[in-house]
Design a protein around this ligand. Structure first.
Ligand SMILES: *Cc1c(COP(=O)(O)O)cnc(C)c1O
Length: 354
């Protein structure tokens, strides 16, 4: 079976991890600091706070903004439950909004419809590698947390924000007040488990730094143990060096898929300036009827989102998320996919979807 996703690891990763093990510094240490520096400078922001997971990073980001019970936080319906959990940790109220047909990202008009005077933040998940419309989102004027778990390395051209025209592309994660990353095993770059919050705001960074660990403090307040280990950090650092190669290998595979799949009865994604974390096609009918058939042929395809968030609460009026949930199918794409596997996938998918 060709797995739906798989980490891309090589000898240099194994060696890096063993080198850290030999030093004895196996919890948070120098390597974590180095990873924070390298990743935030790659994104183009002042600093980062590394964490034990992307979920922990989201939690710290919300806490740094002072989000608490009685506040509301907007998030898209079509995303995993991690942002939803993080909002619940703070006891704030999640306000779920529908998405766009074109880019799977949260709908600006729906965000505007659901603003109240209690709205304290918007979590914008750039889905599958495709940047959300950051200029429009920033213009709303509410603090934005970019969720870049899918999209590290993607760029976006911020054209008109506060009447400033920016002609250069900037990396996602450099637009919001805060941005959050995940280095879970099968994300764009892996540290096993791990996450980071990046920001240009020194005060927010220092708040999160304080909340991340509890030991040897003179005052008491509720703090966490959200630290990343140096073993994870060195793996992250080593993977970061390979990120440009990972991005281009993914793009190369996506272009092969697009070429091979044109003229069939399903829609392929447009690639352009985005990166390809997930290769998501849209089929006619319900994907549920095809997933097992594709697996029987040895290719593990998935719904790219397990279940849209509004469905957990029985909420109505999410027509786009409902439609996409039915027709979107995620096909294996990752740098360690071999040319033979790519060829097999190209031959197999159209046969089953015919
Ligand atoms: C993976 C992911 C997260 C959470 O990251 P973890 O490291 O698994 O906690 C958050 N948002 C999105 C969009 C993700 O894909």
């Amino acid at each position: 079976m060709i797995p739906h996703s798989r980490p891309t690891l090589d000898e240099s990763d194994y060696r890096a991890v063993i080198e850290v093990m030999r030093t004895g510094y196996i919890s948070q240490g120098e390597k974590v600091g180095e990873f924070e520096e390298k990743l935030s400078s790659y994104i183009g922001v002042k600093g980062g706070v590394a964490t034990s997971s992307g979920t922990a990073a989201l939690h710290l980001a919300l806490l740094s903004l002072g989000i608490k019970e009685g506040d509301e936080v907007i998030l898209p319906s079509y995303v995993c439950t991690a942002p939803l959990n993080a909002i619940y940790y703070t006891r704030a109220k999640p306000v779920i909004v529908d998405i766009n047909e074109e880019d799977f990202n949260l709908s600006i008009s729906e965000v505007k419809n659901k603003l109240t005077n209690r709205t304290k933040a918007i979590i914008v998940s750039h889905m599958f590698g495709q940047p959300a419309d950051m200029a429009a989102i920033l213009n709303i004027g509410i603090p934005v947390i970019e969720d870049c778990a899918h999209s590290i390395g993607a760029s976006y051209k911020k054209t008109e924000y506060q009447n400033i025209r920016v002609s250069e592309y900037q990396k996602v994660g450099s637009f919001g007040l805060l941005s959050v990353f995940s280095f879970y095993a099968t994300k764009m770059l892996a540290s096993g488990e791990g996450g980071m919050v990046c920001s240009n705001d020194k005060e927010l960074l220092s708040k999160m730094n304080d909340l991340r660990e509890y030991d040897e403090r003179d005052d008491f307040k509720v703090r966490f143990n959200y630290k990343m280990t140096d073993i994870e950090a060195i793996l992250g650092l080593n993977q970061l060096k390979k990120l440009p190669a990972f991005i281009s290998r993914r793009k190369e595979i996506a272009e092969k898929y697009n070429k091979a799949f044109s003229g069939h009865n399903f829609t392929v994604p447009s690639i352009g300036k985005s990166i390809v974390y997930r290769y998501v096609i849209r089929i006619e009918g319900d994907v549920e009827t095809y997933i097992n058939g594709i697996r029987d042929k040895g290719v593990d395809c998935r719904k790219p989102v397990h279940k849209p968030l509004h469905q957990y609460f029985g909420l109505k009026n999410f027509p786009v998320a409902e439609r996409i949930y039915k027709c979107a199918l995620s096909i294996p794409i990752y740098p360690s996919l071999t040319d033979e596997e790519v060829k097999y996938i190209i031959e197999t998918i159209p046969k089953v979807l015919k």
